[in-house]
Design a protein around this ligand. Structure first.
Ligand code: FE2
Length: 299
């Protein structure tokens, strides 16, 4: 799940789910029943195709916490997971649960769920012809990508703190700054592991093409994570990222969760935003990207 404001503007009128479709929720928290029994064989088949593809790609690319979380969850190739069963296991480990939503939800609803350790997951799954292109987060992105990491105590606390901080950021008019932190960590983060880079971001882990691009391609920058730098950095919502930010280990997220962001918002208020592909003199680079991919796309 990503926030509505980060996506809604990028969607056209053909979008079909949740807030982006102009939906009016029956419940104020936007939750719906997952309706697990109603998934069709075709829908379970799409899950299986995606699950098997990523399961082949991720060994040696996903961080060890992702792999461990996956192994402990009732999640397998054959069927879309039942959120009730996932929540039972998650609750025991980190006190989180998964709630079904129809698609994108308003920011305040999203933050309230996270602040209360409820992860809103899209109930629907993409169509067979949409395997590699997705406008909105579906059950595969939200569950396969995010839930294994929610088994980790550091990520579990960090995402809760993000929910708490989200409402404050909204009131201060700096939600765009905070949303970039979530984007470049929870969604598209890389982490150091035994001298190599590994994936922990759900947007990468749930995407076959970005799994390879983020780690193996010469095009993107891979930059040591710096909080203020990330807050100033715009991101791409419609294509691979031009820059990925690398944390030392997952405990770095716990440290971030303890920081009072208010002085940072003030400090960067008078600084200009950075473009997604910018490299600064003070950046600590793992890789200086060639930029070739996005140059070719924009030509
Ligand atoms: Fe997400």
């Amino acid at each position: 799940m990503i926030t509505a404001s980060s996506v809604a503007d990028a969607l056209d009128s053909s979008s079909k789910h949740g807030l982006a479709a102009g939906a009016v929720p029956e419940r104020s928290d936007w939750t719906i029943d997952q309706g697990w029994e109603a998934y069709t064989a075709e829908e379970h088949g799409v899950w299986k195709t995606l699950f098997e593809r990523q399961s082949q790609l991720l060994p040696g690319r996903a961080c060890k916490e992702f792999v461990a979380g996956m192994q402990q969850l009732p999640m397998r190739a054959d069927e879309i997971p039942d959120f009730r069963r996932l929540s039972e296991v998650l609750m025991q480990h980190t006190g989180w649960q998964i709630v079904a939503v129809p698609g994108l939800v308003p920011d305040d609803v999203f933050f309230d769920h996270l602040a209360n350790r409820r992860f809103p997951a899209g109930q629907f799954i993409r169509k067979p012809h949409e395997l590699d292109y997705l406008e909105e987060p579906d059950v595969f992105h939200d569950v396969f990508g995010h839930v294994p990491m929610l088994m980790n105590p550091a990520i579990a606390d960090f995402i809760q703190a993000y929910g708490q901080g989200g409402m404050r950021a909204k009131e201060l008019g700096v939600l765009d700054k905070l949303a970039r932190v979530y984007w470049y960590t929870v969604e598209f983060g890389l982490v150091q592991e035994e001298g190599e880079l590994r994936i922990y971001g759900a947007g990468i882990a749930s995407s076959r093409t970005e799994t390879v691009f983020a780690l193996d391609d010469a095009s993107p920058n891979r930059i040591r994570f710096d909080l203020e730098r990330v807050m100033r950095t715009q991101y791409r919502i419609d294509d691979f990222q031009e820059s990925y930010f690398v944390i030392r280990d997952l405990n770095e997220l716990l440290e971030l969760a303890q920081i009072d962001f208010a002085p940072l918002y003030q400090r960067i208020a008078c600084q200009s935003d950075l473009q997604p592909g910018d490299v600064l003199a003070q950046d600590r680079l793992f890789t200086r990207g060639s930029g070739s991919y996005h140059l070719a796309v924009e030509r």
